[in-house]
Design a protein around this ligand. Structure first.
Ligand SMILES: NC(=O)c1ccc[n+]([C@@H]2O[C@H](COP(=O)([O-])OP(=O)(O)OC[C@H]3O[C@@H](n4cnc5c(N)ncnc54)[C@H](OP(=O)(O)O)[C@@H]3O)[C@@H](O)[C@H]2O)c1
Length: 262
């Protein structure tokens, strides 16, 4: 099926690793033009080099999504280079493995800032371009934590719930501009986040053994962590103009770890 993404321009935040990188790759495979950002210039350059796309299809920018001015510059550069913007994937970020007693006031502030600025800064910068697209889609990468909080990730769970709520409001507010807004809620997906945690845990287990224990401990129905490209397929489907009547909803890509029926 032709997903109708060829020659459309999509911005993916945090495309130098994991889910963002897999999404950039999947969009390029569909013939889209892609702009992506991250904070670490070397990591971004390495990721871009591995994609093998020319500057007519791939643009990168070093920027932190919490910095509204930097996001505005990166977005303006994208629109200038590619002649508009048709889609936005708010992916950049990470989770915070902390519970109630070890979360400081700074943890709460930083987590809420990252999650909310990570959606609002790119959206506000891209909004006029998305409104001019005629077939615009926004996908917010979220987590099943939004609906199923974990106390060991208390700040992240609360922030995720807020972002799911915000996504619904945005879908209503932006419908008049022809912009659809949806969420993809992840379970545990094998990316840099988990390789870093494996290294920090120093468990003596191989990464594969550690993942198998994790899947068992978290009750993942499919018995394994997800792959980044398994998330990317859902994101690409929601961005496609073929999904023209889908807005204000969320899809879980979680191998059955999510128990919520809502
Ligand atoms: N993997 C999971 O199990 C899982 C589960 C639920 C939700 N998620 C969410 O899925 C998204 C992608 O995570 P991932 O697992 O693919 O992680 P990852 O492999 O660590 O990739 C994160 C990407 O975001 C970029 N990034 C992080 N903070 C940024 C910032 N402030 N400004 C700009 N770029 C930033 C990183 O590059 P730099 O570090 O160079 O900036 C990197 O490109 C995140 O929002 C994460 O919270 C992941």
């Amino acid at each position: 099926m032709d997903l109708g993404l060829a020659d459309r321009t999509i911005v993916v935040t945090g495309g130098s690793s994991g889910v963002g990188l897999a999404t950039v790759r999947a969009l390029l495979d569909e013939g889209a033009r892609v702009a992506t950002c991250g904070r670490d210039a070397d990591r971004l350059a390495k990721a871009a080099a591995g994609l093998g796309a020319g500057s007519d299809r791939l643009l990168t920018g070093v920027c932190d999504v919490r910095d509204a001015d930097a996001v505005r510059d990166f977005t303006a550069r994208t629109a200038d280079a590619f002649g508009g913007i048709d889609g936005l994937v708010n992916n950049a970020g990470q989770s915070r493995m902390k519970g109630l007693d070890d979360s400081t006031a700074d943890d709460w502030r930083d987590e809420l800032e990252l999650k909310f600025a990570g959606v609002l800064n790119p959206l506000q910068a891209a909004r006029p371009h998305l409104a001019a697209s005629g077939a615009a889609g926004v996908v917010n990468i979220n987590a099943v934590l939004a609906k199923q909080p974990e106390t060991r990730l208390i700040t992240t769970s609360a922030a995720r719930a807020g972002i799911l709520n915000l996504s619904k409001s945005l879908s209503v507010e932006l419908a008049g501009d022809g912009i659809r807004v949806n969420s993809v809620c992840l379970g545990l997906v094998d990316t840099g986040q988990w390789t870093r945690r494996h290294a920090a845990a120093d468990s003596g287990l191989t990464y594969e053994e550690w993942q198998a224990e994790l899947a068992e401990d978290r009750g993942i129905a499919l018995g394994r962590l997800g792959r980044a490209e398994e998330v990317a397929y859902a994101v690409v489907a929601l961005l496609s103009p073929r999904a023209s009547y889908i807005t204000g909803t969320s899809i879980d890509v979680c191998g059955g770890v999510g128990r919520s029926i809502l």
